[in-house]
Design a binder for this molecule. Sequence first.
Ligand code: DC
Length: 232
Amino acid sequence: MPKIVIAIDGYSSCGKSTTAKAVAARMGYGYIDTGAMYRAVSLFFTQNHVSFSNPKDVQAALDTIHISFKHNNRTGKNETYLNGLNVEDSIRTMAISNIVSEVSAIPEVRWAMVAQQQKMGRKRGLVMDGRDIGTKVFPDAEVKVFMTADTTIRATRRQQELLAKGSLVNLSEILANLQKRDLIDSTRTESPLVQADDATLLDTSYMTIEEQVDWVIEQADQRLAELHRAGK
Ligand code: DC
């Protein structure tokens, strides 16, 4: 059986990460949350007072950043590490959500992250979620999904996620953050958030996570069957 790449792109809080994680587990594939990488860079820039507008400072900072993922057997989660420190919780705060789109629009940041992501997926057998996976990171991904959902439903989902972590955030604040991020993500010059020509659109507004996972697995099974028929 060949190993394929499954690219899941789309707007924030459509269930991309949860779906991607479950698909990877069911297929025995690796999983990379590329949003976590941009969040980790944002955390580093904040902690080290890196000036976003100075490409030299940005590059110098990027040269000292090492991002990795480690599976936590206790939580069952793949956790994000920044220069050896577990930053899984600190990258999910509103403070980071408020600056991550600005940081991820910086060309030097994108070049560095895309290069790392391509390296991580060299052996294929991977589910990767983000904004530019099907267009930029793996334009040759065998399965490409582009997720969208109603904005208010997305904001409510994000609010529940934050609440589960003990942080109560106003719905209007979350809504404003999502709208601002959508705008910056889809209008930036370097690899903006757009649906790849060969990606399939999935509106998750009224779908459960299980339905989303089944849907992606079906796409993957169909693609694997096609590859099998083609003798690949
Ligand atoms: O998936 P997320 O909400 O954790 O992503 C955080 C931000 O990172 C998102 O607003 C845009 C950026 N991002 C990106 O530009 N490219 C990616 N491949 C993944 C995320």
